[in-house]
Design a protein around this ligand. Structure first.
Ligand SMILES: [Zn+2]
Length: 310
């Protein structure tokens, strides 16, 4: 169960939803749509860090053996994860120093396949942000999702300045939405829209998170609209990267099935809500991400235990 009661995606998408319901949904660790939970800085860093189990970020390597996704992206882990190489044909990992380029083999294959597609279609190379830690779990700071090896962040656009990965410090991800006016910036273009569509039409993908202004732009593009828009979900913080979440892999019975998405393309009043003042207020009043976090599955503890013998 990924969402607290009252945080059901269907409820939050209703424009007439009571502010109370909104606030309770946002204050829980759970989020509408099982949101990526990596949006925005924590309001109380100390409380946040305390709420995270630091053991997961100290682990430097995956466990050996067959891959297994355990739990959910907001409270889970991954056995037998693989590493995405720090660079390859058509992609580069933008923050190698974080050691968060691990995931279920399905996630690694997804990034590689997407990079190949992007090359074939002469789009820009992929700038790959966080996947997960070697055994998943919560990070020591901020990023609460990405725990079970099926999430990946991808920049919309390459850095504005030339950059040699591994040599120069990582530049900031280019922002494609003006957060004040909610208008798209020049970094947004047809190629970026095509990238979002490629991700959303990949059968391995369960849902992707983008800034609501991006979803609105995609909805307005009649020529390319389609059922794929259903899995493109508005969420805060995604003005400089998209977040792709894969389906539970077939080999992982302990992977928690995600909350079902509402029917339809989502190009309706529910999207208008995301761009409203009310939404901004609800976000500003959210509690720090550590509060009320869902419990980690028991099987995850075993992954940390093994580490002690190394
Ligand atoms: Zn993310």
């Amino acid at each position: 169960m990924e969402l607290a009661k009252g945080a059901q995606a269907g409820q939050i998408e209703l424009p007439m939803v009571a502010l109370f319901a909104l606030l309770s949904s946002l204050s829980a660790a759970a989020t509408p749509d099982g949101g990526p939970q990596d949006a925005g800085p924590a309001r109380d860093a100390a409380a946040t860090i305390q709420a995270f189990d630091p053991r997961w970020s100290r682990v430097t390597a995956p466990t050996p053996g067959p891959a297994l996704v355990i739990g959910q992206p907001g409270a889970g882990c991954v056995r037998g994860a693989r590493a995405l190489p720090l660079r390859g044909r058509g992609f580069v990992v933008v923050h190698p120093e974080r050691n968060r380029h691990f995931g279920h083999p399905m996630l690694i294959a997804f990034v590689r396949d997407l990079a190949a597609q992007v090359r074939r279609q002469k789009l820009l190379p992929l700038f790959v942000g966080d996947l997960g830690q070697p055994r998943g779990g919560p990070t020591a700071t901020g990023h609460r999702s990405h725990q079970s090896g099926i999430d990946v962040d991808i920049w919309y656009a390459p850095p504005a300045r030339p950059w040699t990965p591994g040599l120069d410090p990582t530049p900031p991800a280019p922002v494609v939405v003006d957060l004040r006016t909610k208008k798209l910036l020049p970094a947004w273009n047809k190629k970026v829209a095509r990238l979002v569509e490629l991700v959303a039409t990949n059968p391995a993908v369960d849902r992707i998170f983008v800034h609501p202004a991006i979803k609105r732009a995609l909805c307005k593009n009649e020529a390319r609209r389609g059922p794929w828009l259903r899995i493109v979900r508005p969420w805060w913080g995604h003005h400089d990267h998209l977040h792709a979440r894969l389906r539970c892999p077939d080999d992982s019975p302990d992977c928690a099935q995600p909350q079902p998405l509402p029917e339809g393309e989502g190009c309706d009043a529910s999207l208008d809500w995301w761009l409203s003042e009310e939404a901004a207020k609800a976000w500003a009043k959210r509690k720090p991400p550590g509060e009320g976090a869902p419990a980690m599955p028991e099987q995850c503890e075993e992954l940390l235990g093994r580490n002690r013998h190394h």
